[in-house]
Design a protein around this ligand. Structure first.
Ligand SMILES: *Cc1c(COP(=O)(O)O)cnc(C)c1O
Length: 415
């Protein structure tokens, strides 16, 4: 980045500092990852110079001889990998992609039924502060108070009572598997469509370690930057009968020109995700999460639902006498980056909840395994027990950095 250094040393230095930080810390935010150098290169390419409103072969601009091929490759790879009829790779990100699905398939005021945000759902599944909860009517299902699992009987009852037009599966803090078949049966009973929002778990699905929604869902939405390990973006995939409506909702309904540099990087990420190595990666994400969960349980941490089936872990810190915010801050000082999070039926407020959310996609991309998960649990235990003791936390941070330097991060140029 020589030219950037000359032109704008301030921004250059900040980017380099972030790079150093991503190398020297343990990144446990379950929606984050390290993309490959190839994905970074496509993201930083000249494709950012182009305008291409429309779709391949049907553009409103001349000069699309290469862009059309790039977008078509991304679409073909998405269709093959996710085994779907149709894919739209233009959505700018996951939240606008979900809005596009609702614009395509619902009328204003129709009912969206998704998992409640404080129980692990996403804002864009009808939560009141999101436009998805004001332009449409929302009905929200919850997890069971004891098991913390989605109670399908309760979902069925709610669906029959609320008569949603669309039922949404998926979330940001649900550590267990989704039963897409059961959800599709419930949707059929009430004449609702089924949207599988697989943003968090797309990489696990294509890696074969999470059930596949393709046989059951009418529409699948995924972000491309979480376990799928691509650039920041999103895709909407659907049965052929909804293809036109989805495409029209994305453009011209909600968006103008697609971000072609992102489209190219999505194509690259999809190619990488189709390799045997990626299957190994997906398996390792889950086994690392299970190991980290077991090691935390062994140290007296309380986990929502008692553990994990996927890439993420929700810790309830109540028994440790530390609130989520103080816990996540202490860990950050110790070089372990995660986020505070509500736990189901949290007695505390969303801005200062009781829990922590952890995930293994990024550390697994660095090649960390069982031994490192054990070590991370040890450091977490020490940091939470010493929250507020800056000297102790700083000592942990230097141990963390020492370990991190033994695990080169994909895509980063420093060690
Ligand atoms: C991350 C996420 C989104 C939104 O993605 P953004 O790109 O952040 O807008 C939507 N749904 C789920 C389930 C997610 O995890």
């Amino acid at each position: 980045m020589d030219e950037l250094q000359r032109t704008d040393p301030e921004i250059f230095d900040l980017i380099k500092s972030e790079e150093r930080y991503e190398i020297d810390s343990i990144r446990l935010i379950p929606s984050e990852n390290y993309v490959s150098k190839a994905v970074l290169e496509a993201t930083g390419s000249v494709l950012t110079n182009k305008y291409s409103e429309g779709y391949a072969g049907r553009r409103y601009y001349e000069g699309q001889r290469y862009v059309d091929q790039i977008e078509s490759l991304a679409i073909e790879r998405a269709k093959a990998l996710f085994k779907v009829d149709h894919a739209n790779v233009q959505p700018y990100s996951g939240s606008p992609a979900n809005v596009a699905v609702y614009v395509a398939l619902l009328k204003p005021g129709d009912t969206i039924m998704g998992l409640s945000l404080p129980h692990g759902g996403h804002l864009s599944h009808g939560w009141p502060v999101s436009v998805t909860g004001t332009f449409w009517r929302a009905a929200q299902y919850v997890v069971d108070r004891e098991s913390h699992l989605i109670d399908l009987d309760a979902v069925r009852k709610l669906a029959h009572k609320e008569r949603p037009k669309i039922i949404v599966t998926g979330g940001t803090a649900y550590p267990r598997l989704w039963d897409f078949k059961a959800f599709s049966e419930i949707a059929k009973e009430v004449d609702a469509l089924l949207l599988a929002d697989i943003s968090h778990i797309a990489g696990l699905i294509v890696g074969g370690v999470h059930p596949d929604p393709a046989p059951y869902a009418d529409v699948i939405m995924t972000t491309t930057h979480k376990t799928l390990r691509g650039p920041r973006g999103a895709m909407i995939m659907c049965r052929q009968q909804f293809a036109d409506a989805i495409d029209k909702a994305v453009f011209p309904g909600l968006q103008g020109g697609p971000h072609n540099h992102t489209t190219a990087a999505i194509a690259v990420a999809l190619k990488e995700a189709a390799t045997p190595d990626f299957k190994t990666y997906a398996r390792k994400i889950v086994s690392n999460a299970k190991t980290l969960a077991d090691e935390l349980l062994a140290r007296g941490f309380s986990l929502v639902s008692g553990g994990t089936d996927n890439h993420l872990i929700l810790v309830d810190l109540t028994n440790k006498k530390v609130i989520g915010k103080k816990g996540s801050k202490a860990l950050e000082t110790a070089g372990i980056v995660c986020n505070y999070n509500t736990v189901p039926y949290d007695p505390r407020k969303p801005f200062s909840p009781s829990g922590l959310r952890l995930g293994t996609p990024a550390v697994t991309s660095r090649g960390m395994g069982d031994a490192e998960m054990r070590q991370i649990a040890n450091w977490m235990d020490r940091a939470i027990a010493n929250a507020g003791d800056e000297a102790m936390l700083t000592r942990i941070a230097s141990e963390v950095t020492e370990m991190c330097r033994q695990f080169p991060a994909p895509g980063l140029s420093l060690r």
